[in-house]
Structure formats: C-alpha cells, structure tokens
Design a protein around this ligand. Structure first.
Ligand code: LLP
Length: 408
C-alpha cells in the first residue's frame, strides 16, 4: 500500500512508527490458509514480544490466533483487550511465584515450563489454588539454527529449556506422573530467530516426534517461531505459505514413517508477521560532513530502534519524495543519543538530503517499538496503523510529564 508519509508527519509528527495493516493481514492469511493437516489439529500463536500493543493484540484476536506471552505485563495487555485467556501460552525461564499466581488466577491456558525448579513451584501454586494446570515443557533439542549468534536459543548451554533426556528432564516427567495438579499436554521448542533454512525445522520435527512416541497419549508439539523477514537484499526469507506447507508436509511424513500420532502441531511466529508491516518515519535535522563521512542526523535513533547497535542489524531506507533520485551520497544515518554507536544505517547510499526531509526506515515492525527505551530521556514515539485510506493512532507519543511521572 502507498503510505502518505507527508500527511502522517503533519498529523502525528516524528519519530513515528507506521504499520500497514494489510501486510499484517496478508502474513497471517498466508499462514492460516496453509498450516493445516488432516492428521492433527493446528494452531498459530503470535509471539507478542515482537510487538505487543493493544491494537496489535486486537488484530491477532480478530484473526483467531493464540498468544505467546513472556511476562505478566504481556498477559495484562492481553487481558485488557479481552483476549481469550485459554488461548494464552506463558513462557519464560525465570517465572516467579507471583508471576505464576497471576497467570493461574487469570486462567491462562497453558504454561510453558522451562525447568525443573519452575515445575515444582508451579505444582505448589496450582495445589494452593486448587487447580489443574495444562503445561508444555520447553525442550532444548540442541539444534542450532543458522542465524545471528545473539539470537540463537537452542545450543546445549542455552538458558532456555531443559535438555531432552537429562536428569532434570527425567525428574520432571516422573514428577508430572505423580502430580494431581499438572497435566502435560505436549512439548515446545524454539530453535532461533530470523531463520532462512527449513532443514533445521525438519530436524526439530523428527526429534519432537520421536520424543512424543514415548508417551501413551498423543501430544501437542509446538515448533516455536523464527521464520525470517526481509530487511535488505542480503535476506532471503521463505514465503510464509511455503514455510507453513513445509512444516505440515514434513510432520505428516515423519508421523507416517515413525508410525506415530500427535494431537496438535503449533507454531509461534512473531517477526514474520509484523516486521515487514512496520516502517519508522524520521525527520532529518543536521547534515554533517567529517573528513571521511557524511552524516544525516535523525530525530530518533537507538531509543526507538536498538537493533543496529545490539545486533549490527541492517536496514533499508528512503527519503520521502526522493524515491527516484540518484543515490549519489554515501551517508551514515545517526540518531540523537549521546553515544557513538547510535547509528541506524552506516555507509549507505541515499540521494542528497536537506534538513527537514523525511526519512523512512523499512521493516521495523518487529522488536523495534517493542525494544524502545527512554535512554537519554528520549520520549517513546507514537505508533499509527494505516488501513486502506484510514490512519489511526494506536499508541500516543510519550509526553514529558509521563516521562517522570513515576519518579519521586
Ligand atoms: N517463541 C519463543 C519461545 C521465542 O523465544 C521467540 C523469540 C519466538 C517464539 C518468536 O520468534 P520470531 O518468530 O519473532 O523470530 N530481539 C531479537 C529477537 C529475539 C527473539 C526472541 N525469541 C531481534 O530483534 O532480532
């Protein structure tokens, strides 16, 4: 969809997160239409950590997806929009007693248990509240997907999950067999993020199905998320319809080969649903030349997009109204933080700019706004959704008053 960024700047000012709702809908439909099997049920869970604001959760709810949460803050946001709590999965490697009480009191459907200590704590909480809690166990299958090293989660020393067949694993299964308050419905695994190779998922499916055969009843298997998005030409993401078809086909084949049955197959994408729907609109201020560089300074930076500083993530950008001009300048787009690493794109070709031009960075919809901060006391930007010709505010820009309202 063509977005009128000049109009959005007039109306909402910059820096501004802009989400194209048609892209979100399209991604969801590509998954929904193809993640289906005759052999078992299927379920798509949106990983809300990628972008969890009320309007986004409403979209997810309208489309009938479930929700992955990792904190009571994310659960609280879901409760606030009236999300069906039964469709919520609660993750996390260090859930506290209070977290678990909050989740169980609010009837969160499934707790994804990360470790043995958590299982004991959960049993205690469930017993005291007189509940039987459905759980999945998060397994570390030791599969390392090919991706950026900071976001790989499944190597053997990962902080996430329990290693299959370790003593902790065996103790957990024994404990569950003797517990009246915990019901194991299946296993979860997440093998990384921004993955372009489907082979790793095949290995994951094979391992999970073999493990599930050790149980006398059909289990649910959650493959996690991690499907890649397109940021720059270096990225070759596989279209989501193909990803969904591959996962189902591979699962069907392995089930046949292993003569096994499962109750349900689940996936948990975050980035692949929202990343490409989001752009960030900035105003260029100062243009500075140094002996070897030309800088375009923008009115945001690492406080609204930490990913370049944290992961050396790459982005594409354009200047509004100069889309077809020759990209004759090699420039560095830098933010306004008091920090040399506050660069959004380094040594990048753009047309000559003048102060006041609008710059748009693309594919900022996942882990952008979600990871924003108030470093240097920057104000968190506003967020708008664009739906056909209609644009509407979904998060107000933070005000100076709000910035210090919790300070005493
Ligand atoms: N499920 C679990 C258990 C996860 O840990 C994650 C992401 C997802 C699902 C969703 O993964 P996705 O489909 O979005 O790749 N901040 C980093 C990404 C961290 C991902 C953490 N876990 C970034 O900006 O690249």
């Amino acid at each position: 969809m063509d977005i009128d960024y000049l109009k959005l700047k007039e109306k909402y000012n910059t820096p501004l997160y802009v989400y194209d709702k048609s892209v979100i809908n399209d991604k969801i439909h590509k998954l929904k239409d193809n993640f289906k099997s005759n052999l078992y049920k299927t379920e798509i869970i949106y990983a809300s950590k990628a972008f969890s604001v009320k309007e986004m959760l409403r979209v997810i709810m309208d489309k009938g997806l479930s929700l992955d949460t990792v904190s009571i803050g994310e659960i609280y946001t879901a409760i606030n929009v009236g999300f069906d709590l039964n469709k919520i999965y609660f993750h996390g490697n260090n859930k506290s007693y209070d977290d678990l009480v909050f989740a169980l009191n609010n009837n969160v459907g499934t707790i994804v248990v990360d470790n043995y200590m958590e299982l004991l704590l959960l049993d205690e909480v469930a017993k005291s509240l007189n509940k039987v809690q459905k759980i999945m166990i998060r397994l570390n299958l030791g599969i390392e997907a090919h991706t950026h090293k900071y976001i790989v989660t499944s190597h053997v020393d990962s902080k996430f999950g329990v290693l299959y067949n370790s003593d902790d694993y065996k103790n957990m299964i024994n404990f569950i067999n003797n517990s009246n308050n915990i019901k194991l419905i299946g296993f979860h695994s997440h093998i990384g993020s921004q993955i372009f190779e489907l082979d790793a998922y095949k290995a994951e499916i094979e391992k999970l199905i073999r493990i599930s055969k050790e149980f006398s009843y059909p289990l649910e298997l959650n493959l996690g998320g991690g499907f890649g998005a397109f940021y720059t030409n270096e990225d070759k993401p596989i279209p989501l319809d193909e990803v969904a078809k591959f996962l189902v086909k591979t699962t069907d084949e392995v089930l046949n080969k292993e003569n096994a049955k499962i109750a349900k197959l689940l996936i948990e994408p975050g980035r692949s649903i929202v990343a490409e729907a989001g752009t960030t609109l900035y105003t260029i201020g100062v243009i500075k030349k140094t002996p070897n560089k030309e800088y375009y300074f923008i009115d945001g930076g690492m406080t609204d997009n930490i990913r370049p500083a944290l992961y050396q993530a790459k982005y594409d950008a354009f200047i509004v109204g100069k889309e077809n001009d020759e990209r004759s300048h090699t420039v560095t787009i830098a933010g306004k933080c008091c920090e040399s690493g506050d660069l959004i794109i380094e040594d990048y070709k753009l047309p000559p700019a003048t102060s006041g031009d609008l710059l748009v960075t693309k594919t900022t919809g996942a882990y952008g706004y979600a990871m924003s901060s108030n470093y240097n006391k920057a104000l968190t930007p506003a967020v708008v959704f664009v739906d056909e010709d209609n644009d509407y505010l979904v998060v107000k820009r933070q005000s100076l008053k709000e910035l210090i309202e919790r300070e005493i």
